[in-house]
Design a protein around this ligand. Sequence first.
Ligand code: HEC
Length: 209
Amino acid sequence: MKNITISLITFTFGVISLVLSCQSSDSNKVNPSTPASSDAKVLPDSVYLRMGKEYALGAQTVLGKNLTEAIQKKGTTYAVDFCNTRAYPLTDSMSKKFNVLLKRVTDKERNRANRANESELEILSAMKKNIDEGKSPEPQLVRNIGKVTAYYAITTTALCLQCHGNKDKDINTETFNKIRTLYPSDNAIGYGINQLRGIWAVQMDVRTN
Ligand code: HEC
């Protein structure tokens, strides 16, 4: 069980650690309306990207561990129920623990509440482009007044396909029926491995030290 959890996390976040130090020129833009204070130090993107990665990784670890345990103890169909009722409370509790705002958003949503907004869709498409070009999806940083939001790719592994893969090949009928009952307008199937399933958005307060 431990091995599955670890490989799940490594697959999903191994990518991030490799590219963390590289930032696209776009992600370096500072919002011009950010008040320029002479004594408040503006921390570089790399600092926020490093902190955000820790929070996203922490939340992903908790979700991944709980998901794996649910599948192993009671099977995939039960685990759909588990995701349905626990994904949000677990994410919220990690937000509180880290004192940040954590969200999982996507362009092909299962839960409507996780639908990406315009700017998040742009980030998703930039990361998809990275993947299509055979590169790692680059984390992104967006600065706003008093807030900084870091984005990290969530990519698929074989485990995910049990609930997000091809409905004839990867998802068993009982599980598929459960998904359709809970999410009648589900968009989150048809994925293969190593595709962009969504992004973590980590909103942090701007710090001055
Ligand atoms: C047991 C079935 C199951 C497995 C396995 C599973 N998911 Fe999901 N996933 C769900 C359900 C159900 C939801 C909707 C949760 C909710 O309502 O908050 C969901 C939602 C998501 C979301 C939020 C966006 C959305 O579509 O609502 C992401 C991102 C996601 N899953 C990624 C993954 C990844 C990556 C994996 C593999 C590591 C994975 N899932 C494995 C069932 C599963």
